[in-house]
Design a binder for this molecule. Structure first.
Ligand SMILES: Nc1ncnc2c1ncn2[C@@H]1O[C@H](COP(=O)(O)OP(=O)(O)O)[C@@H](O)[C@H]1O
Ligand SMILES: [Mg+2]
Length: 356
């Protein structure tokens, strides 16, 4: 089975690709910067360096929010033919903090009270009636950049004016008292593969490691695990990181990361998180293919039952040492017996095998 990791080429993507080599028969590392998506009357296509993307069994699309539209477009084209750990709709949702919260709320995943205002006048009104401190953050910030705390209406107003100057979408959020800690959980399907608690540096509220936070291994309660898994499922992200704030007995999900860095959490937990993800991708791809194959198989059988003696099955060419191998299910359904005399009608990109 073939895997492609489309990413910005960061260390975590490289580690996942590297670990995947012991599972997949081939692993291609592709730069998201070299990808284009074309759509015409004849259909849609993903290209890499100007050439059509060859078929893959699994395509793991990573990279920052700046590529959200491209990531979604790639996935829209490949979806239904390829196992994608991130659904096309994961990208617009997961890369935007406010849309993430809206989606999570639909599935009763607890989130902090958050506001998104369409104009500065209504944002000011929200600030007038807020309980301080509050959090103001950019909808697309990462690694703690773009998260600000305001402890009074006057400081909130000056942050608001600055945000307006930069013309960046932002959200206003209730402040959750956590003693400057957060919980980062890596989810793969219905399993938590790693979790750490991060403590912010002195006089800092943001617990991100990039802001000086320190991560330690953490064993989440089954309730927190369930919340993280549900959050990932709500965004249709089979593999992602979930950031959680815990305050007393309350738990809140603040964001999902579709392309999480793995260095910090691997160091804190001493787990090989990249390997866990690689093995998950492999098992899922296998399950996806088996499911798809059985669907195709059923379609094929119903074609025969209907008296329609030929049917088309979509599969990948399996060429080993110059020998074309036909999938077992197709060989079986054809009814050919060993040594039977057949005619090969071969043309460019075409092969028909029929009985003499
Ligand atoms: N509502 C909040 N209350 C308290 N702390 C928060 C809140 N939102 C964010 N933080 C702190 O800021 C950090 C970064 O916020 P987050 O929303 O995860 O953005 P980023 O994408 O930059 O990581 C969190 O890990 C947490 O420590
Ligand atoms: Mg975060």
């Amino acid at each position: 089975m073939k895997l492609a990791v489309i990413s910005l080429g960061g260390q975590s993507s490289k580690s996942i690709a590297e670990e995947s080599r012991s599972y997949f028969s081939s692993v291609s590392e592709l730069s998201i910067r070299s990808i284009e998506v074309h759509t015409t009357l004849n259909g849609s296509q993903v290209l890499c360096d100007g050439e059509p993307l060859p078929p893959f069994d699994c395509v793991y699309v990573r990279g920052s929010y700046k590529y959200a539209l491209l990531q979604q477009a790639i996935s829209e084209v490949l979806y239904k033919k390829t196992y994608l750990p991130l659904h096309p709709s994961s990208f617009p949702l997961g890369h935007n903090k406010f849309l993430t919260l809206l989606e999570l709320q639909k599935y009763n995943v607890p989130v902090p009270a958050s506001y998104f205002a369409g104009n500065i006048k209504s944002a000011r009104k929200v600030l007038e009636s807020a309980h301080y401190p509050i959090i103001m953050k950019l909808s697309t910030g990462t690694q703690g950049v773009g998260v600000m705390m305001a402890d009074s209406v006057s400081s909130a107003r000056s942050i608001l004016d600055t945000l307006e100057v930069f013309n960046q979408p932002y959200l206003i959020q209730e402040y959750i008292e956590t003693n400057a800690t957060d919980i980062r959980i890596i989810v793969a399907g219905d399993k938590v593969v790693a979790a750490m608690k991060r403590k912010a540096a002195h006089s800092e509220i943001r617990a991100n490691i990039h802001q000086g936070g320190v991560g330690v291994a953490f064993t989440p309660s089954s309730d927190i695990e369930e919340i993280a898994i549900k959050a990932a499922a709500a965004i249709k992200a089979d593999v992602c990181a979930v950031d959680i704030l815990e305050s007393g007995k309350k738990t809140y999900v603040i964001e999902l990361n579709l392309s999480p860095g793995l260095e910090g959490i691997s160091k804190a937990t001493k787990a090989n998180v990249a390997k866990e993800i690689a093995s998950y991708l492999f098992l899922q791809t296998k399950a996806y293919k088996a499911h798809k194959i059985s669907q195709d198989y059923n379609k094929f059988l119903s074609g025969i039952d209907n008296g329609n003696h030929t049917s088309q099955i979509v599969s990948h060419v399996d060429l080993k040492a110059g020998i074309l191998r036909i999938p077992e299910r197709i060989s079986k359904l054809s009814g050919f017996r060993s040594d039977e005399e057949v005619i090969y009608s071969v043309g460019k990109k075409k092969l028909v095998i029929s009985k003499t």
